[in-house]
Design a protein. Structure first.
Length: 186
């Protein structure tokens, strides 16, 4: 099943929340980018270089972003210090053990770079499950595979342990989604 109109709308809302945190001309790694690396496509005019990492990859066209087929839970196959921003939009809630992916995100960030995370509030899971059963949410969104959520404080503590120093958090979509930007020191 392809992405549905609802899937695309939800993604657009996440993109809209994340884009203001992307510097013009930046190098961006989208960890868990999903089919077609849509965030990188959307940010194309703003970024200098984009790379997606995901276990779901569609055939590449001449104007599609570069995507590496990989299981992000087994390490990020990218050299250290290579990116200005790492983006993980609606990914962390799918990880039973997010520590290694988040640690890897810190490693591949250049000094002064940022990790931009979005994740849904657990209260939306029952709604997403119903929408999935009736075909409004596609299988590709994997909403039925959401894990127990970390609180903002738990996530910030974990990220601080990896070396991140400064944080910005806000909610969007009437509090149903979170956006956290964590900064790697210079």
């Amino acid at each position: 099943m392809a992405y549905t109109a609802f899937d695309r709308f939800a993604a657009w809302r996440r993109f809209r929340a994340a884009l203001p945190h992307i510097r013009q001309g930046a190098r961006v790694c989208d960890v868990g980018c999903g089919l077609g690396a849509r965030f990188l496509q959307r940010a194309r005019s703003q970024i200098g270089f984009g790379l997606g990492l995901d276990y779901q990859v569609i055939a590449r066209t001449s104007n599609s972003p570069q995507v590496v087929l990989t299981d992000i839970t087994h390490g990020l196959p990218v050299r250290s210090g290579q990116f200005d921003h790492v983006v993980m939009l609606a990914v962390v809630e799918h990880l039973s053990k997010p520590q290694e992916v988040l640690r890897g995100s810190f490693r591949i960030l250049a000094p002064g770079g940022s990790l931009i995370l979005s994740w849904t509030n657990a209260a939306v899971d029952p709604i997403l499950n119903v929408l999935h059963r009736v075909g409004v949410v596609s299988d590709e969104m994997e909403s039925e595979q959401h894990q127990q959520r970390l609180t903002v404080d738990q996530l910030q503590r974990m990220l601080r342990d990896f070396g991140f120093k400064r944080f910005r958090h806000r909610t969007f979509e009437i509090g149903l989604n979170n956006l956290l930007v964590a900064y790697k020191p210079h």
